[in-house]
Design a protein around this ligand. Structure first.
Ligand SMILES: Nc1ncnc2c1ncn2[C@@H]1O[C@H](COP(=O)(O)OP(=O)(O)O)[C@@H](O)[C@H]1O
Ligand SMILES: [Mg+2]
Length: 386
């Protein structure tokens, strides 16, 4: 989607991809075959580019830092990327900057004995109550790597399993979430930043199913989400799009996690905003003037398309979705599997109920199961990739 946004601006793209059938290859101008964790392959990419960016976070952090140190324009840089790939570093950095986050403690791995780990879990629970939310600091996505634990036995089993992989554990209070929001900020290297209207996101089983803009919740809460996200982008020294995920609880917002790249919560901007997240990301990465982030319509809804239990291919069903008035269908060309994110549908219009109904109708026509009870549960291997 970044390469598609680059083309009309006359920006040439070179993509680093592991396989020629990667969905990023067809729209790209050129392809370097290689791994995003290989210093050699990243250097081969950087040698051909004026600026380097990424659209996923499975890149080697040390290798990205080395490219920067070698003088390449890597945007965003490793310091920002670290906050998006490491939930422990993210919580610590934001808390130190007095940005509101859920109550948490980080248990390092290695460094603690099983008894010490259990002691730390129990004393955190004494203060915040069960259940707790445990998160692997690195490697999780779409609810994979997040566990809701009811008591000490369950918590200890998860904590030891995570520790055995050498990854730190974030222990959090379970927040009574009234709504989840996402704010997309786009920032140039000099600090100029734009923010899109706050998005209301709906999760099922730890996976985002649906986006709605504008959100129906209290405008004062939306404004504070926007203000907090701007501060986060500054503290993180973000360049390009930074997606800030937040929880709403009792009229306040808490920052959950960050994505340092165009993000699923911004896919609605392709048709729903004057400038899409992909175009503004490219503009920021190349230090060009940023575009208007206003809405194109009073209401915008995006529904993610997932593989159904029959593992049918949405490409074979596209006619049904296109019969829905105003449905903009985006399929990512991935091999269908039950629960795998395969695309999204956006509808713009006059009212939120109408755009949601039409976006859901098109997503269902593509084989997406209903939201409730069909997604993988948080903490289980969902088979869904970013
Ligand atoms: N502290 C928490 N309290 C309540 N629910 C949470 C908490 N942390 C995460 N969740 C729920 O789990 C989902 C996935 O967690 P998140 O930290 O965003 O991990 P991922 O990297 O899988 O997106 C969130 O969108 C939210 O619905
Ligand atoms: Mg998340």
């Amino acid at each position: 989607m970044l390469a598609e946004a680059a083309s009309p601006l006359g920006i040439e793209t070179v993509v680093l991809a592991e396989r020629p059938d990667d969905a990023a290859c067809p729209p790209a101008g050129a392809v370097v075959l290689g791994s995003p964790t290989s210093a050699t392959d990243l250097a081969a990419l950087a040698a051909r580019a004026d600026a380097v960016t990424f659209d996923h976070e499975q890149v080697g952090l040390a290798e990205v830092a080395a490219l920067e140190a070698a003088g390449h324009a890597v945007r965003p840089g490793a310091a920002t990327l670290e906050l998006a790939v490491d939930k422990a570093r993210c919580r610590e950095r934001l808390a130190a900057a007095e940005i509101p986050v859920p109550a948490f403690v980080v248990l390092k791995s290695p460094g603690l004995s099983p008894a010490e780990r259990l002691g730390a879990l129990e004393s955190f629970a004494d203060e915040h109550g069960w259940p707790l939310v445990l998160k692997a600091a690195r490697g999780g996505y779409d609810g994979k790597g997040v566990w809701f634990v009811a008591g000490p036995g369950e918590a200890q089993a998860v904590a030891e399993e995570v520790a055995s992989t050498g990854v730190d554990l974030v222990v959090e209070e379970r927040v009574a979430i009234e709504a989840e929001l996402a704010v997309l900020v786009c920032r140039r290297p000099g600090g100029e930043a734009v923010v899109w209207p706050t998005v209301e996101t709906t999760q099922s089983g730890g996976v985002c199913r649906e986006l709605l803009v504008p959100s129906r919740i209290d405008p004062a809460v939306l404004a504070s989400a926007s203000e907090v996200a701007r501060r986060v982008a500054e503290k993180a020294r973000a360049v390009g799009v930074l997606a800030v995920e937040l929880f709403v609880n009792g009229g306040r917002v808490l920052v959950n996690e960050l994505a340092a790249r165009p993000h699923n919560s911004g896919h609605w901007t392709i048709e729903g905003s004057v400038t899409s997240q992909f175009e503004n990301h490219l503009r920021a990465v190349l230090d060009l003037p940023l575009g208007d982030t206003s809405l194109n319509a009073p209401a915008v809804a995006t529904v993610n398309v997932f593989g159904g239990s029959d593992a049918g291919d949405p490409r074979a069903r596209v006619g049904g979705a296109l019969a829905v008035e105003g449905a903009h269908v985006h399929l990512y060309g991935k091999v269908p599997r039950p629960g795998r994110k395969l695309g999204h549908v956006t509808v713009t219009g006059h009212d939120s109920d109408g755009v949601r109904a039409r976006a859901w109708a098109a997503a269902r026509a593509l084989g997406t199961p209903e939201a409730e009870g069909t997604g993988a549960r948080a903490g289980e291997d969902s088979g869904v990739d970013p």
